[in-house]
Design a protein around this ligand. Structure first.
Ligand code: GLP
Length: 241
């Protein structure tokens, strides 16, 4: 595990984008994992800049996103599909049929999860996966639990996550109560992982993930067992290290 500390969110975005550029240069048909949340936005801005400068060509890549809310159509402005189209995919030359985001509105979440895991495997697994982190140490929507869930599955969101994510909705009542998420195994099978975090609200989760025991009470702590993981954090998120 490598931990790098930066002064600004913009610098983290540039560093993470450079890792995506390096990955696609090394392997033009890479399988890239993407995340939502506010933390990756500067990364996506930098990736778009690199694309506009002709540094990255996404024409051969396949993408997988970590998670999606249950019950929201991909056209809903708070769905993660909508977020990804607006913040990244509409601005780069990724093929639309190479974009994979779990369908949270199929009416059969279990089946959607199973199919998604199969699609990741069929694509040969993920080469490079970016992660944000929840204030409670969750990665994707793998909430603190008694065990590490392996494959893509449905989850009931915790009050803490609903509280943190309500800022994007009109009220906490509108935040979906369930989500579909890649499992800890799906994430750990990615060949390289970047975790990004900014701000003091993430300081405890970063401490627990890097220095704490490996426990499903802090899902991100499992990353200590991965052989290619880089944390890019700002000083506030690194404050307890
Ligand atoms: C959501 C997402 C996570 C993300 C987390 C943190 O719960 N499912 O993938 O890491 O929020 O979001 P933010 O970056 O906005 O703090």
């Amino acid at each position: 595990m490598v931990v790098k500390v930066y002064k600004t969110a913009e610098e983290i975005g540039k560093a993470a984008a450079a890792m995506y550029a390096a990955q696609v240069i090394k392997k033009p048909d890479s399988v890239l994992g993407f995340a939502t949340g506010s933390t990756p936005i500067p990364t996506y801005k930098s990736i778009i800049e690199l694309y506009n400068e002709g540094v990255i060509d996404f024409s051969q890549v396949t993408t997988f996103n970590l998670d999606e809310y249950s019950g929201l159509d991909g056209t809903h402005d708070q769905s993660y599909r909508y977020f990804m189209m607006q913040n990244l995919f509409n601005h780069i030359n990724v093929r639309k049929d190479a974009i994979n985001i779990i369908n949270g509105n199929s009416g059969d979440d279990e089946k959607a999860c199973k199919e998604y895991e199969e699609r990741i495997n069929k694509a040969g697994g993920i080469d490079l996966q970016i992660l944000g982190i929840g204030n409670n140490g969750h990665i994707a929507f793998n909430e603190p639990a008694d065990y590490f869930p392996n494959e893509t599955h449905t989850v009931k969101l915790t009050e803490s996550t609903i509280e943190a994510n309500k800022r994007f909705f009109n009220s906490a009542d509108e935040v979906p109560k369930y989500a579909l998420t890649m499992g800890i195994g799906s994430i750990m099978r990615a060949r390289s992982i970047i975790l990004i975090a900014t701000g003091s609200a993430k300081a405890q989760a970063i401490y627990d993930s890097v220095k704490g025991n490996i426990t499903p009470n802090c899902p991100a702590s499992v990353l200590q067992l991965h052989n290619d993981v880089t944390f890019l954090v700002d000083e506030a998120a690194a404050a307890k290290l």
